[in-house]
Design a protein around this ligand. Structure first.
Ligand code: AMP
Ligand code: ZN
Ligand code: MN
Length: 912
C-alpha cells in the first residue's frame, strides 16, 4: 500500500471515530441535560414564551368545543349571533349565480417588476391605513403563511397583500387581536381577492380572525379550467412570469422576527405576481371560450367557471377536527400501518398490548398537545409511539433513549427545528413520568388517563401554565369524555370539583394582587410620634417636595418637616398607626388577595372630596372566596337601599324580545312594569317614547303620565327630556334597524352613538350576579362568542374593579403602586376595556342621586352614616377575623394633615 493511501485510510477512520465520539458525547450531554429538567416537576412552558401566548382573543382554542362562525363587521359589532352556517353564504351565492360578474380588475397593465421596497405592517394604525387603501381597490392579491409546529391548531403568522402599486407584509402575530380591521375588505363583494390555491388560506383566515372571503379569483382554479399541465404556483411563476422561487421556504419558521431577507423575498413573491398571473390566465380563459364556442355569448364561459369554482372555495367552513375519543383516529391508523408493515398477526396477546399502549399514547399526546398548544408531532412522533409500544421500556432513561433514537433516525421535524433543538422536545422532558406510568400500566384505563393528566397539568397546583388556549379544555373536557361512554358517577364528581378548583386558580392568578399591597412604610411627626403606615409612593411624594426627611431605610420611614394637624391617637384613629398585614382580612389567607371596596364605588365616587380621604380604612384585602361573599352581600344591600330611598337602581337590563313576549303582552300590565327585576321591554320602551314624542302634548294627561313612567323607569326614575325620548327610540334595535329608522325619520339621530354605547353597557351588566368562574358549568354553554376566555367577560363586570372612580384621591392609600384589578389583565376582553367606566359605575344615576339626597337631607353626617351602614354590611357578611387593629365600623373619616397634606385636594399627587 502506498503511504498516501494508508494516510487516507487513517484519516477516514480517524474522522469516523471523531464523528461517532462527537455524536455520542453530544447525545449524552443532551440526554443528561434533559434528564435533569425532567426531574423538575414544573413544565417547560414556565420558561418559554411562545408568541401566541400574547394573543388576547383566540377564536379557536384547544378545547373540544365547536368552532363558532360569526358575522362581525365593525358596524354591527357583537349583536350578531354565532352560528354554524357560513355567515356570508347569501353574498357568495349571489356571486355564484350572477353570471354578469364584472371583472373590473382586468386592467391588462399589471407590471411584472418587483421593487426593492415593501410595507411591513405591524401597528394598528398601519393596518387601518392598509384597510383604507384596499377599500379603494377593485382587486388585490393575498397569500398567507402559517405556523403549525409549535401550535396545536396552527396560526397565521403572516399575510401578504399586493396591490398593483405595493406589497404589504402584515405581521399577524403583532396584530393578531386587531385583524378585524381587514374583515370588511375581505367580505366586500365588490373587491376581488386573488389567491393561489386558497383552500387553506380561507380556513385559516376564518379560524384566526373571523375573516371571510367574498369574491375570489383563485389562479389554481383557473389552471384547472385551462387544463394546465401543472397547477402549482411555482410552475405559474416560472411559466408566466419567468420567476424562480424556492418553495422549501414555505416550511420556514414564520414566527421568526425579523424575517430573513430570503423569507421576505419568498413571501412577497407569493403574492406580488398573482395579479399579473390572474390577468394572463383570465385572457387565456376568454381566448379559450372564443376558440371553442359557437356563439359569442359564451365568451366568458370559462372565465365564469373559474370564478365560480373560486367562490365555491369561499363557501368552505373552518371546523375543528373531531373524533370520538382523543387521538383515536391516528391510533387506528398507526396500528393499521404497523401491523400491515409487519404482516405479523401471530402473537395476538402482544398485539393487543401493543395496541392498547398505542391508543393510550395517542390519547395522551393529543391532550398534551392541547394543554401546551403544541402540534402532536412536537409532543411525540408517530414513530416514537410505535417504538415505545413495541419496546415498552420500563425506565425513564430507556423511554428517553427510545424516543431520541427513533426520531434521530427518522428526522421528521422541520428544518428550522432540526438545526436548533431535537427530539425529545421539552414537552416530553417535563412530562416523561406520564409515559413511564402508562407503560407500567399504572394509569389503568384509557378513559381514566386523561382526567388524571389534565388534573396534574392544569389542576390546582398543576405543573403547567393556564392559557387562553387550554383554559376551556378544563371546562369542556367532561362533556367530551361523557359523549363517548357514560363514566362512573364518582369520577365525574371529582372531575367537576377539580375543574372548579382550577377555574378558581385561574381567577386568583389573574386578579389577585401581584405584589404585597402594604409596604408598611412609616410617617413620623416632627416630634417623633408615629402618624401612619403607608406605601412607598406616598413617602416619595413628601420627600420629593422637601416636606419630609428619610429617617430609616428598611423599611423606609420619614419624618415630616411641618407640623401635622393633630395626632391619630388623639383623635381615636388608632387604625392608622397599625402595621397592616398582606392577608385576607376575612379568613387570613395569605397566598392571594385582592382589594375590596367596602363602600361601593357607585356611591363613593360622588362623595365630596374630603370625605374620601379615609380610603385606606375602607379598602381591605380579601381572598377570592371572601370577596365573593362580600360582593354578593353588597349587591343585595344596594337593592335594599334602592327601595328604602325610592331611588331605583338603573333598570337592570333590557329584555330580549323573546323574554319580553313571555313576560307580558300588555303594556298596561303594571306588575311587570314596576317590578324592578323584570326590567323594561325595549319594545314597550320604544313605543312609549314614540307615542310621547309624537302625541305627547295632545294625549290625556293620565295616559301621558303612564307612558312617562315606563320611560322614566329605564332612566332610573329621573326626569326626562325630549333627548332622552329620542335616545329611547333606539334601545334594543340592531344597527340595521337603527339605520332604517334614521332613514325613515329622515334625520340622523344624533344620539345614536350614545345609544350604542348604552346598549353595550346593558349587555355588560346582564350577568352582574354570576360574577365568578367558580362554577364552570354555568358558563359552559353561554355564547361568549368572541371574548375569550369566556368567563373573563363576566369577571370584568364586577363593579368593584375600579379603573377610574377613585383616581381623585389616588396615592393616599397604601399600595397604589401595586397591581390593581384592571381590564387589560383579562385576556380577550376588549369590549370591557372600552366600557369599563360605564359598567363599573353601574346603576346609572342611582349612586349620584342617593349621595345628593343624603347631602341635601342630612349633610355630611348623612354620608358618614351611610358609610357606617356599608361597613356593617361588610362585617355581617364576611365576619372578618383579621381586620387591622383600630378598624372601626364607626370610623369618623376625619383625617388630614392640614395644609401640606397629600389629602389636601389642591395638593393632590401630581403623578395621578
Ligand atoms: P405557501 O403559500 O405555499 O407559502 O404556503 C402557506 C403555508 O402553508 C406555509 O406557511 C406553511 O405553513 C404551509 N405549507 C405549505 N406547504 C407546506 C409543506 N409542504 N410543508 C409544511 N407546510 C407547508
Ligand atoms: Zn406541561
Ligand atoms: Mn405563501
Amino acid at each position: 500500500m502506498e503511504v498516501r493511501e494508508k494516510a487516507k485510510i487513517v484519516i477516514t477512520v480517524a474522522s469516523l471515530v471523531a464523528v461517532t465520539v462527537l455524536f455520542v458525547t453530544e447525545y449524552r450531554r443532551r440526554r443528561h441535560r434533559r434528564k435533569k429538567t425532567s426531574h423538575l416537576s414544573s413544565c417547560y412552558l414556565h420558561s418559554e414564551l411562545k408568541p401566541q401566548f400574547g394573543f388576547k382573543r383566540v377564536l379557536a382554542d384547544n378545547s373540544y368545543s365547536e368552532f363558532k362562525h360569526l358575522k362581525l363587521d365593525d358596524a354591527s359589532s357583537s349583536l350578531e349571533k354565532a352560528s354554524n352556517c357560513h355567515p356570508y353564504e347569501a353574498e357568495i351565492t349571489v356571486l355564484l349565480e350572477n353570471i354578469q360578474i364584472e371583472f373590473g380588475f382586468l386592467r391588462g397593465e399589471c407590471s411584472l417588476e418587483m421593487s426593492d421596497s415593501y410595507v411591513w405592517v405591524e401597528r394598528e394604525s398601519q393596518l387601518k391605513e392598509l384597510a383604507e387603501i384596499l377599500a379603494k381597490e377593485k382587486v388585490f392579491a393575498v397569500d398567507t403563511e402559517q405556523h403549525s409546529f409549535r401550535s396545536f391548531l396552527g396560526f397565521t403568522a403572516l399575510i401578504q397583500i399586493s396591490t398593483h402599486e405595493e406589497d404589504f407584509l402584515v405581521d399577524t402575530i403583532a396584530l393578531h387581536d386587531a385583524m378585524n380591521i381587514l374583515r370588511p375588505v375581505f367580505s366586500d363583494p365588490n373587491i376581488c381577492k386573488v389567491f393561489h390555491g386558497a383552500d387553506n388560506d380561507v380556513l385559516w383566515l376564518q379560524r384566526d380572525f373571523h375573516i371571510y372571503v367574498v369574491n375570489m379569483f383563485d389562479t389554481a382554479k383557473a389552471c384547472e379550467v385551462l387544463s394546465k399541465p401543472q397547477r402549482s404556483l411555482a410552475y405559474l411563476l416560472e411559466a408566466v412570469c419567468g420567476v424562480a422561487t424556492n418553495k422549501s421556504l414555505q416550511r420556514e419558521d414564520w414566527r421568526q422576527r425579523p424575517l430573513s431577507k430570503e423569507m421576505v423575498q419568498y413571501a412577497r413573491t407569493d403574492a406580488h405576481y398573482l395579479l399579473y398571473i390572474a390577468d394572463t390566465l383570465t385572457a387565456e380563459l376568454i381566448q379559450l371560450a372564443t376558440e371553442d364556442s359557437s356563439s359569442p355569448d359564451d365568451k366568458f364561459h370559462f372565465l365564469l367557471e373559474a370564478s365560480r369554482r373560486s367562490n365555491m372555495t369561499c363557501l368552505q367552513l373552518y371546523t375543528k377536527e373531531t373524533e370520538d375519543f382523543p387521538g383515536s383516529a391516528v391510533a387506528s391508523s398507526i396500528i393499521y400501518r404497523h401491523l400491515n408493515g409487519h404482516g405479523d398477526n401471530s402473537t395476538i396477546s402482544v398485539n393487543s398490548e401493543f395496541q392498547e399502549l398505542v391508543r393510550k399514547l395517542c390519547a395522551w399526546r393529543d391532550l398534551m398537545a392541547r394543554i401546551h398548544d403544541e402540534s402532536t408531532r412536537y409532543v411525540l412522533s408517530d414513530q416514537a409511539i410505535v417504538s415505545l409500544a413495541c419496546k415498552q421500556p420500563t425506565k425513564t432513561e430507556e423511554i428517553y433513549d427510545t424516543i431520541a433514537h427513533t426520531d434521530l433516525a427518522s428526522e421528521s421535524s422541520p428544518s428550522f427545528i432540526r438545526s436548533s433543538v431535537q427530539s425529545p422536545y421539552p414537552v416530553i422532558c417535563s412530562h416523561l413520568d406520564d409515559i413511564y406510568q402508562m407503560i407500567l400500566n399504572k394509569l389503568a384505563k384509557l378513559d381514566e388517563i386523561l382526567p388524571v393528566v389534565l388534573k396534574n397539568c392544569l389542576g390546582t397546583n398543576g405543573t403547567c401554565p393556564i392559557s387562553v388556549f387550554n383554559y376551556s379544555l378544563l371546562v369542556n373536557f367532561k362533556t367530551k369524555l361523557s359523549s363517548r361512554s357514560a363514566p362512573k358517577k364518582n369520577g365525574h364528581k371529582n372531575f367537576k370539583q377539580f375543574t372548579r378548583l382550577a377555574s378558581r386558580e385561574l381567577f386568583v392568578k389573574k386578579f389577585s394582587c401581584k405584589a404585597p399591597v402594604y409596604h408598611n412604610c412609616r410617617i413620623y411627626a416632627n416630634d417623633g410620634r408615629l402618624l401612619c403606615y403607608c406605601d412607598k409612593r406616598k413617602l416619595e411624594w413628601y420627600l420629593n417636595r422637601g416636606l419630609a426627611k428619610l429617617v430609616e431605610e428598611n423599611p423606609p420611614a420619614i419624618m415630616l418637616l411641618f407640623e401635622p394637624k393633630g395626632r391619630p391617637e388623639d383623635e381615636g384613629n388608632d387604625f392608622y398607626i397599625q402595621t397592616k398585614k398582606n392577608i385576607c382580612v376575612g379568613c387570613g389567607e395569605g397566598k392571594h388577595y385582592l382589594r375590596y371596596r367596602i363602600i361601593p364605588s357607585c356611591y363613593r365616587v360622588h362623595f365630596p372630596e374630603h370625605l374620601k380621604t379615609h380610603r385606606s380604612h375602607d379598602i381591605v384585602l380579601l381572598c377570592v372566596d371572601c370577596h365573593e361573599v362580600a360582593h354578593a352581600a353588597a349587591e343585595r344591600y344596594k337593592k335594599q337601599i334602592a327601595t328604602e330611598f325610592g331611588i331605583p337602581l338603573f333598570v337592570r337590563r333590557v329584555l330580549d324580545s323573546k323574554e319580553a313576549q313571555g313576560t307580558s303582552s300588555s303594556m298596561e300590565d303594571e306588575s311587570m312594569i314596576n317590578s324592578e327585576d323584570a326590567g323594561v321591554s325595549p319594545l314597550h320602551l320604544r313605543s312609549a317614547a314614540m307615542a310621547l314624542l309624537r302625541h305627547g302634548n295632545r294625549m290625556p294627561s293620565s295616559r301621558r303620565e303612564e307612558l312617562l313612567q315606563i320611560v322614566k323607569m329605564y332612566y332610573g326614575g329621573r326626569d326626562i327630556c325630549d333627548e332622552d325620548l329620542e335616545r329611547a327610540l333606539l334601545i334594543g334595535l340592531s344597527p340595521h334597524e337603527r339605520r332604517k329608522l334614521e332613514r325613515k325619520k329622515g334625520v340622523s339621530l344624533k344620539n345614536s352613538a350614545e345609544a350604542t354605547r348604552m346598549d353595550k353597557q346593558e349587555n355588560g351588566k346582564k350577568d352582574n350576579d354570576s360574577l365568578y368562574i367558580h362554577n364552570p358549568d354555568a358558563s359552559l354553554d353561554e355564547n361568549n362568542d368572541e371574548e375569550a376566555p369566556a368567563n373573563c367577560a363576566k369577571i370584568m363586570n364586577v363593579e368593584r374593579i375600579t379603573v377610574t372612580d377613585d383616581s381623585g384621591d389616588g396615592g393616599t392609600s397604601e399600595g397604589d403602586g401595586a397591581t390593581e384589578l384592571n381590564d387589560t389583565q383579562c385576556n380577550g376582553n376588549m369590549l370591557h376595556q372600552q366600557n369599563s367606566k360605564l359598567s363599573l359605575l353601574g346603576h346609572g344615576p342611582h349612586g349620584k342621586q342617593i349621595v345628593e339626597y343624603l347631602l341635601r337631607e342630612y349633610g355630611e353626617d348623612g354620608v358618614r352614616d351611610f358609610c357606617q351602614r356599608w361597613r356593617k354590611v361588610f362585617v355581617d357578611a364576611v365576619h372578618p377575623r383579621h381586620l387591622p387593629g383600630g378598624w372601626n365600623v364607626s370610623h369618623s373619616g376625619r383625617r388630614d394633615f392640614g395644609e401640606f397634606s397629600v389629602y389636601n385636594p389642591t395638593k393632590r399627587l401630581s403623578t395621578e
